[in-house]
Design a protein around this ligand. Structure first.
Ligand SMILES: [Fe+2]
Length: 335
């Protein structure tokens, strides 16, 4: 029986890899976005600005505030990196979302588990410069300058797959790295970020658990994500291995429109291990980047079964425009 010895949650948004005096580059993308998601509705940037006029969000984008928030995030990332280095799990299970990286609209699994024995991280695609300067500047937070092989853990992945079958989860599996235009596709941003920034390029063998949180119509509900997490815990506990296991949630919290009230309710739920609060927010609140909070919900479902609880949690709302766009960052440890 394997032992879960730690849990970590980390945001991974591009602002974490962008100097704070360049955050406006991502705000430029927001201004062009006609469908900024906020509390279940879609807004253009001007509409959103009007809607949130009373909140004095101008104060949130003063350069000093952005500098302070950026520095606090870097401190949090360093703390998580120190923590995982000290606790030293033999393997980690990373719950992240696939954002049209391995999976495309032709075939979009709700839950997918990779059970091959390695993946690659690869340099960023050249087209990223054209797509968004704000994304390009942060690319090395996720990607490597050259191809780097990361070991994965087929044994544990298989245990999760078999347990899923027995527990009534009809999940997708992946045994081979999909091919892209220029060779095999590098592992997605949610996973690359953890190996690069949290494991500091000293990669820990891992099981990639890939969720579709972003794309309608088949995203799992918060409740189903939590149950999926419970099932993963069961699988880890029945894995016939003496290896120690860490669990990592990658992504979130609210973005590209920050909703501090929604985040506060979720964080309360995580801190109190309160299933009702964790799964009780309306599903329509989990759209766009905010949907990545479902990676945390899944991890909360795993850790609920492990006897661990939240030890540290820091919340850093990083606003980048007066319409309330940005990325609210969360950093947590479960011990
Ligand atoms: Fe993401």
């Amino acid at each position: 029986m394997a032992n879960i010895i730690c849990g970590l949650g980390t945001s991974h948004g591009p602002l974490l890899g962008t100097p704070p005096d360049m955050w406006h580059l991502r705000a430029e993308d927001d201004r062009k976005n006609p469908a900024l998601e906020y509390r279940g509705e879609k807004y253009g940037w001007d509409q959103l600005r009007k809607l949130r006029r009373g909140e004095n969000l101008e104060a949130q984008i003063e350069q000093e505030v952005k500098n302070e928030r950026h520095a606090r995030c870097q401190e949090n990332i360093a703390n998580l990196a120190n923590h995982i280095r000290e606790v030293k799990p033999d393997v980690i299970v990373i719950v992240g979302d696939d954002q049209h990286e391995w999976f495309q609209p032709e075939n979009m699994p709700t839950f997918a588990v990779f059970y091959g024995n390695h993946v690659y991280n690869r340099p960023p695609a050249k087209k990223i410069e054209k797509k968004s300067k704000g994304l390009a500047i942060a690319a090395m937070n996720y990607r490597t300058p050259e191809d780097v092989r990361y070991e994965t853990v087929p044994d544990l992945a298989m245990e999760i797959i078999m347990t899923a079958k027995n527990e009534g989860f009809d999940i997708a599996t992946s045994a081979m790295i999909p091919k892209g235009e220029d060779g095999k596709i590098g592992i997605g941003h949610a996973f690359g970020f953890v190996q690069r920034r949290i494991c500091e390029d000293d990669p820990i063998p891992f099981v990639p658990i890939m969720l579709n949180t972003f794309y309608p119509p088949n995203q799992a509900t918060p409740k189903r994500c939590f149950q999926f997490g419970n099932m993963i815990a069961k699988a880890i506990q029945s894995w016939d291995s003496d290896q120690t296991v860490g669990i990592v949630a990658s992504g979130g919290l609210s973005h590209f429109v920050i909703d501090e009230e929604h985040d506060a309710r979720m964080i309360e739920g995580f801190k109190n291990n309160d299933e009702k609060a964790i799964t009780g927010e309306p599903d329509k609140f989990f759209r766009s980047g905010t949907s990545e909070t479902k990676n945390w919900i899944t991890v909360a479902g795993i850790l609920k079964e492990s006897g661990l609880s939240i030890d540290t949690f820091d919340y850093v709302p990083c606003y980048r425009s007066e319409a309330g766009t940005g990325n609210a960052m969360g950093f947590a440890t479960w011990t």
